[in-house]
Design a protein around this ligand. Structure first.
Ligand SMILES: Cc1cc2nc3c(=O)[nH]c(=O)nc-3n(C[C@H](O)[C@H](O)[C@H](O)COP(=O)(O)OP(=O)(O)OC[C@H]3O[C@@H](n4cnc5c(N)ncnc54)[C@H](O)[C@@H]3O)c2cc1C
Length: 394
């Protein structure tokens, strides 16, 4: 019998298991994958995400695995460009872009070191119930019989298509259909490009340096163009790069080191994330368009909030069901600005004249530039910096 079973061992599940194990609880951390392994995701990490790694004692370890800090980002909206970085969070001034093979393995390892039992290669298929409460999971390994694990709380940190969410029939709310479709890959030989965001009407192009001197390049199109784009991904990808002067030629001078991975499965939603004996963390409970690169930082946030709530329940400071219900409210409040920003960004709308004027002004004022990066990084609410009424058009 465990105190907590966490299904899913990446950005939400592994830190949650780590924090609960550090607090002295008996935790099983289950994933159908094994680590290190990649997943469909680029991996830009804002200061607030890096600050959590720092607080958990893991930021130095990430750097030691070849993940260099990113100290300047160019934000280019066409008529205006600015370079800078947002305000530091808890003393962490830099952003990072760790490959998921590196980051996720490090997180799973940290959970194990903290005392969580990491169970790889186990697919959670169903939940155990008793008197209306979730009391465990049923899982199976490829080719072997089903097994049952029991716990006081089961957490679904099993991503957008969460089995736990499906089994508890978690109610979705604030639902918006996918707005973008994206493709990305990695190139060697162009590390001098640095980090940049290029917003154009109908396109978003992101360039990030990552581990092994590779550069990750990501292009987003309106979701309705997915069918057309996927007919010839390479041609459409390179033609999008032409929107940024010189980018197509620079990328052509490098070498692509992986496939062009892509998806149009990018819905925007929250799900009810707390119930009797269960909770949801990370993408399982709240998913949004990746254009603003906030999913990992928010997965860390939910891990920390939920670990505190479950600890309060297990330690008897608060009834468990109340503690996890409070977690959901706090998560919703703390992610609301980022959700609005992701929706606004993912609409890939043309700049309004007012917003264009604002960006021109921001480009000439270092403090305003810093605040714009603070908004992009999710540490300053958009309404505090941007002209009112333009939140839908970036
Ligand atoms: C194209 C793309 C680009 C992105 N770029 C960024 C970015 O630059 N920055 C950023 O912050 N975010 C980005 N995101 C978002 C980010 O990937 C997610 O928000 C983040 O991975 C959420 O972490 P998670 O732990 O909740 O879920 P996941 O990373 O999805 O992990 C879920 C885990 O659960 C396991 N699992 C699932 N089902 C089961 C089961 N039944 N039994 C056992 N295990 C199971 C899976 O194997 C997986 O390991 C991007 C997403 C996409 C799609």
């Amino acid at each position: 019998m465990y105190d907590v079973i966490v299904a899913g061992a990446r950005c939400a599940g592994a830190p949650l298991a780590m924090l609960l194990a550090r607090a002295g609880h008996r935790v099983a951390l289950v994933d159908r994958a094994s680590f290190p392994s990649d997943t469909m995701s680029t991996h830009f990490l804002w200061q607030r995400g890096a600050a959590r790694l720092g607080a958990w004692g893991l930021l130095g370890r990430l750097q030691a695995r070849g993940c260099a800090p990113i100290r300047e980002i160019t934000f280019d909206v066409g008529p205006a460009q600015m370079s800078g970085i947002g305000p530091a969070v808890a003393g962490v001034a830099d952003t990072y872009c760790p490959r998921r093979t590196v980051l996720d393995a490090l997180l799973a390892e940290a959970a194990e070191e903290s005392g969580a039992e990491l169970i790889e290669g186990l697919v959670v298929g169903d939940l155990l119930w008793s008197e209306g409460r979730v009391t465990g999971v049923r899982g199976h390994r490829r080719g072997s019989a089903e097994s049952a694990l029991r716990a006081r709380v089961v957490v679904g940190a099993d991503g957008l298509h969460s089995t736990v969410a499906r089994r508890v029939a978690a109610r979705p709310y604030r639902e918006y259909p996918a707005l973008t479709a994206v493709y990305y890959s990695y190139w060697s030989g162009i590390a001098h490009l640095g980090a940049s965001f290029h917003a154009r009407p109908g396109r978003l192009i992101l360039v990030w340096p990552t581990n092994d001197d590779l550069t990750c390049i990501y292009v987003a199109w309106p979701r309705q163009e997915f069918g057309r784009v996927r007919k010839d991904v390479a041609a459409n990808f390179h033609s999008a790069l032409e929107l940024v002067p010189g980018l197509r030629e620079t990328v052509a001078s490098g070498r692509r080191e992986g496939r062009l991975a892509g998806t149009g499965d990018l819905p925007n939603l929250y799900r009810a994330s707390a119930g009797p004996g269960w909770a949801l963390a990370g993408d399982a409970g709240h998913h949004k368009d990746p254009s603003t690169g906030m999913g990992i930082s928010d997965a860390f946030l939910t891990a920390e909030l939920l670990a505190g709530a479950i600890h309060d329940g297990l330690a008897g400071h608060q009834p468990m069901d109340d503690a996890v219900a409070d977690y959901q409210h706090r998560r919703d409040a703390l992610t609301a600005n980022g959700f609005d920003l992701a929706l606004a960004t993912a609409r890939l709308a043309p700049l309004s004249p007012r917003l264009e004027a604002f960006y021109h002004k921001a480009a000439g004022q270092p403090e305003l530039t810093r605040q714009v990066f603070g908004v992009l990084g999710g540490t300053i609410p958009m309404a505090e910096v941007y002209p009112i009424g333009t939140s839908r058009q970036r």
